[in-house]
Write a protein that binds this ligand. Structure first.
Ligand SMILES: NC(=O)c1ccc[n+]([C@@H]2O[C@H](COP(=O)([O-])OP(=O)(O)OC[C@H]3O[C@@H](n4cnc5c(N)ncnc54)[C@H](O)[C@@H]3O)[C@@H](O)[C@H]2O)c1
Ligand SMILES: [Zn+2]
Ligand SMILES: [Zn+2]
Length: 379
């Protein structure tokens, strides 16, 4: 099959590799109809997260079931399915508690949590390819209505729509709350969309990329351009001096200032300043325990020096971590089917698998409005 293969920093190539096969009775093979490039893929792409050369990349996958192992009973050949980016066994203690993001059995390294085509998430190949092997298929796969309708919306169910939603869950967004979201990338925009769906009274989205801020406004948010205004002043002004009830971090360890210089503590500091006393913060942007290319020696060891003193004094709660996609994807799917959610509106480019290297380059440079790229391996 054809696949996008990782060879090192700024080097992904479309190559012919072995077709995946059923290796265990609970496996399924999916023919990929859509695989998205994610902001998280840029971490290995930029050489900021170590990944084995030769690995097929891609964790945002959907498609049609091509083959199932002898032990698969619920999922059938021909089903249209979304593949959550968390790869989970379904029977360990964390899976039983709903934390498929911290499965204790799927990652042979012993680390909690596994995934497809991603650093430290196990040996599993990704889905930026014609075919994908899915272990524990009955547990992991989410069925979708047959056909091709809502393809661009459903493809957001594997990661960023549930992840944005998870940010609002950690931030305890409920009807009437005010919400400040940092980052107008796909995850931040999905957090803003989710906050609206949960009945927020106002949602602010902070970034400096004007095309992304415009997209956030299309989802009903108020844009705040941090390169033009003081974010703390802006949020306090808009909330009668109180600050927002809830804050979502959708930027991660590469947070930077208007000039582009990295300050990994910058967004956490801004959240502590703009969320009111006793408010809640959800951090879904990624922070790593080791980051050899970080801006400071402390950050190289994963130690992010943000204003925890003020966070404590204000009594702010902070939730963090990978999204357990299965906790939300069924309900989010149904919001799409019933016309209440439209996550696919963020798609900026739809390209063939052959164009993936060019799309990575442009998405990484944030040129030509590259916000969310979909690959169509069967095109
Ligand atoms: N927790 C999870 O399960 C999970 C899942 C998917 C993605 N993620 C992570 O979420 C983060 C966002 O993902 P994405 O795909 O939207 O990434 P992205 O890189 O496309 O977007 C990040 C945005 O943050 C903006 N930004 C940078 N510095 C900022 C600052 N100081 N203030 C405000 N905005 C700033 C950038 O301009 C950019 O638009 C990444 O760290 C990604 O790895 C986490
Ligand atoms: Zn992703
Ligand atoms: Zn498990």
């Amino acid at each position: 099959m054809k696949a996008v293969v990782y060879h090192g920093a700024f080097d992904v190539r479309v190559e012919n590799v072995e077709d995946p096969t059923i290796q265990h009775p609970l496996d399924a093979i999916i023919r990929i109809t859509t695989a998205n490039i994610c902001g998280s893929d840029l971490h290995p792409y930029e050489g900021r997260a170590e990944m084995d050369s030769g690995m097929v990349i891609g964790h945002e996958n959907m498609g049609i079931v091509e083959e199932v192992g002898a032990g698969v009973e619920r999922i059938k050949v021909g089903d249209r399915v979304s593949v959550p980016f968390n790869l989970a066994c379904g029977s360990c203690r964390n899976c039983n508690d709903g934390y498929t993001s911290a499965c204790l059995r799927a990652n042979p390294s012993g680390m909690p949590g596994a995934g497809y085509g991603y650093p430290m998430m196990g040996p599993y190949w990704g889905g930026q390819a014609e075919l994908l092997r899915v272990p524990w298929a009955d547990f992991n796969l989410l069925e979708l209505p047959q056909g091709t309708e809502h393809e661009n919306d459903f493809t957001m169910l594997s990661d960023i729509f549930p992840t944005g939603y998870h940010g609002t869950e950690l931030a305890q967004v409920s009807p009437g709350k005010s919400v400040v979201v940092f980052g107008a990338g796909p995850v931040g925009i999905m957090a803003a969309h989710s906050a609206m769906l949960r009945g927020a009274s106002q949602v602010f989205v902070v970034d400096k990329e004007s095309d992304r801020l415009a997209l956030a406004e299309r989802y009903g948010a108020t844009a705040i351009d941090f390169s033009k205004v003081d974010v703390e002043e802006a949020v306090l002004d808009l909330t009668d001096g109180f600050g927002a009830d809830c804050g979502v971090e959708a930027v991660g360890y590469q947070a930077h200032d208007a000039a582009g210089d990295e300050h990994p503590e910058m967004v956490l500091d801004n959240l502590v300043r703009t969320v009111r006393a006793t408010g809640h913060i959800g951090v879904v942007g990624v922070y790593n325990p080791v980051d050899p290319h970080a801006a400071t020696d402390e950050a190289k060891k994963g130690r992010i020096a943000f204003d925890f003193g003020t966070a404590f004094t204000k009594g702010i709660s902070i939730g963090t971590g990978q999204c357990p996609v299965k906790k939300y994807n069924r309900e989010l799917r149904d919001l799409i089917i019933r016309g209440r959610a439209t996550p696919g509106d963020i798609v900026s480019h739809e390209v063939s698998l052959d164009d993936a290297p060019d799309a990575y380059d442009k998405f990484d440079k944030r040129v030509d409005g590259y916000t969310k790229v979909l690959l169509r391996p069967s095109a």
